[in-house]
Write a new protein. Structure first.
Length: 175
């Protein structure tokens, strides 16, 4: 075997080595970026509960002074949230209950009322969570407290320092 044949074989192996390293590096870097989005269902569910909690607390804090509600009703994807979720709001100045406890305005009734006590309330509603990255989600939602008391829009929620925080509510309809 001549010197030029060894040199050609070495270049061939060097190219294969570099291509292999490039493929390995590319595969590992894309897997690293995607791994946080691929979580166990239990982890994703717990995280989504934290996201919803931050939105409900945001809604209550921002509509608290504008709405004459004695109780807040929460509806998640057109259903009552779990009792464990509602328990997160235990001890708040105004009660937090499932959306099915709300009586929507009809006839001469102009406000949302609690079915049994007839207290004035506000219905806070949330749609499905749309994941845009591991640290950013968007959720359609809003509130409804009566014939002339409502808003809908999109909540932008970001993870900051291991906590989910509403950073913006882009209003699409207000009454």
């Amino acid at each position: 075997m001549t010197y030029s044949a060894k040199s050609t074989r070495n270049r061939h192996w060097a190219r294969l080595f570099l291509i292999g390293m490039w493929v390995l590096t590319t595969a590992c870097s894309s897997t690293t970026r995607l791994t946080p989005l691929v979580r166990a269902p239990a982890d994703r569910g717990a995280e989504e509960e934290e996201i919803r909690e931050s939105i409900v607390r945001y809604q209550i804090a921002h509509w608290y002074t504008n709405v004459e509600a004695e109780v807040f009703f929460v509806s998640v994807e057109d259903a009552d949230p779990s009792p464990e979720f509602l328990h997160r709001f235990f001890g708040m100045p105004r009660g937090v209950e499932g959306g099915s406890r709300a009586d929507a305005p009809k006839g001469s009734q102009r406000w949302v009322l609690e079915k049994s006590t007839r207290k004035h309330g506000a219905l806070l509603f949330l749609s499905a969570i749309q994941w845009h990255s591991t640290d950013l989600v968007k959720v359609d939602g809003g509130f409804y407290c009566g014939v002339t008391c409502a808003a809908t829009g999109e909540y932008r929620v970001q993870r900051k320092n291991e906590h989910w925080t509403v950073t913006n509510f882009d209003v699409s309809l207000i009454s």
